[in-house]
Write a protein that binds this ligand. Structure first.
Ligand code: IPE
Ligand code: IPE
Ligand code: MG
Length: 242
């Protein structure tokens, strides 16, 4: 690949299509999630090896609790398993793991391993992996508004000091803006993903189910990103690496 290729500083991936991938093969939805989790492990490594500094992955939305108990329970077990076995290895690869989302009503066993990963990787500083877990973009903005309102009520900050920059500090994590968002499966919607952070990001919706989203598909996504002309409301914008 071209050495001068532009790499997004903050990439978002909406992991989608596990269920359809499985049903096309006559498998259960659980099999699809299992295949998706395996692919995710490979793609996280590949993303960082390409020079992306921050990766946000959307793996479970606040709305996903509407699914059957069987599917939700399977997903929770899968998270615990992968967080313990695969994600813990990122500690030695200088990746800081953070979580975005509401804690309630995640089961204790999931919260416990999430807290451990956060604690174990808090001093890592090369890459950030932001895992959106029981996450909703509306919920994040509401939760930030509650925190900021409390500070105003307690006279810790003034209303006049609230602006885009200060508001960002009350979100689940302080992260740079999203440069590029990939949603697999062919659905052309954002489903409540990082609404604050993606205001100017480039969006890409490849027609591929996540378990099939391999390195080649990732490279194609990067080429697509390189074909975009980001202007941020201006007339001309010279895109640079990072
Ligand atoms: C994405 O795959 C995984 C999660 C949302 C947890 P889906 O489960 O949404 O798969 P489809 O969209 O039904 O194919
Ligand atoms: C979005 O996928 C949420 C995650 C990827 C975690 P969904 O499959 O839940 O989204 P909809 O229901 O198709 O909008
Ligand atoms: Mg889906």
């Amino acid at each position: 690949m071209d050495v001068n290729i532009k790499i997004p500083n903050h990439l978002g991936i909406i992991v989608d299509g596990n269920g359809r991938w499985a049903s096309n093969r006559g498998l259960s939805r659980s099999e699809g999630h299992k295949a998706g989790a395996k692919r995710l492990k490979e793609i996280i490594k590949y993303t960082f090896s390409k020079g992306v500094r921050v990766l946000s992955i959307y793996v479970f939305s606040t709305e996903n609790f509407k699914r059957s108990d069987e599917e939700v329970n399977y997903l929770m077990e899968l998270f615990v398993h992968h967080f313990k076995s695969e994600f813990s290895k990122l500690k030695d690869e200088n990746v800081k793991i953070v979580f975005s989302g509401r804690r309630e009503p995640l089961p204790d066993k999931v919260l416990k391993i999430m807290d451990k990963l956060t604690e174990d990787t808090k001093n890592n500083d090369e890459n950030i992996l932001n895992i959106c877990m029981n996450y909703g973009g509306h919920a994040e903005i509401i939760d930030a508004t509650k925190k900021i309102s409390n500070e105003v009520l307690n006279m810790l900050i003034s209303i006049d000091s609230i602006n885009e920059e200060t508001f960002s500090k009350y979100l689940y994590n302080e992260l740079p803006p999203l440069d590029f968002v990939i949603r697999t499966s062919g659905e052309v919607r954002l489903s409540n993903f990082m609404l604050w952070q993606l205001s100017y990001s480039e969006l890409y919706f490849p027609e591929i189910y996540f378990p099939d989203f391999d390195k080649k598909a990732f490279d194609e996504a990067l080429i697509e990103y390189n074909n975009r002309n980001r202007r941020f409301g201006g007339i001309k914008y010279e895109n640079k690496n990072h």
